[in-house]
Ligand binder design. Structure first.
Ligand code: FES
Ligand code: FES
Length: 162
């Protein structure tokens, strides 16, 4: 038996017919073709599948799609404003915080959730917020510097990183 779920994804109303056991990650990637959200461990350990659910960072591999019904999901595809990168995306590029890029969408969305609630975080707060996001390539320092730079770039502006 399948269930119809209606939710907003990157500001757009979507309706999906899906088996109740499917994860939000599966629906985003396979049904909506939003493949910016990556599948790594599938067990809540690596953070590559991180998306925002009503503004909070969650591991989409651990959320059933039906749990997103009536809620707002943001994926990495929802951050840029047309050709203009989000300040976090720009900072990751400018600071060399992207190597293979597999962890990057999840890192940026975890960072966005942090900056939305804390526009001027300390380095320790950034490291804690990104603690569930694993990166094999960068050694993390450049990622932390990118988040600090994005926070500075948007501080005192329109309430933090958009
Ligand atoms: S794929 Fe979801 S946490 Fe690793
Ligand atoms: S940039 Fe390769 S895993 Fe992070």
């Amino acid at each position: 038996m399948k269930a119809v779920i209606r939710f907003r994804v990157n500001g757009r109303e979507r309706e999906i017919l899906t088996a109740p056991a499917r994860t939000l990650l599966e629906v985003l990637r396979e049904d909506l073709r939003l493949t910016g959200t990556k599948q790594g461990c599938g067990e809540g350990e690596c953070g590559t599948c991180t998306v925002l659910l009503d503004g909070a960072a969650v591991n989409a591999c651990l959320v059933l799609a039906v749990e997103a019904a009536g809620r707002e999901v943001t994926t990495i595809e929802g951050l840029a404003d047309g050709p203009s990168l989000h300040p976090l995306q720009r900072a990751f590029v400018d600071h060399g915080a992207i190597q293979c890029g597999f962890c990057t969408p999840g890192m940026i969305l975890s960072a966005k959730a942090l900056l939305d609630r804390r526009p001027d975080p300390t380095e320790a707060e950034i490291r804690e917020a990104l603690g569930g996001n694993l990166c094999r390539c960068t050694g993390y320092q450049k990622i932390v510097e990118a988040v600090l730079a994005a926070a500075r770039a948007t501080a005192g502006g329109e309430g933090g990183a958009r």
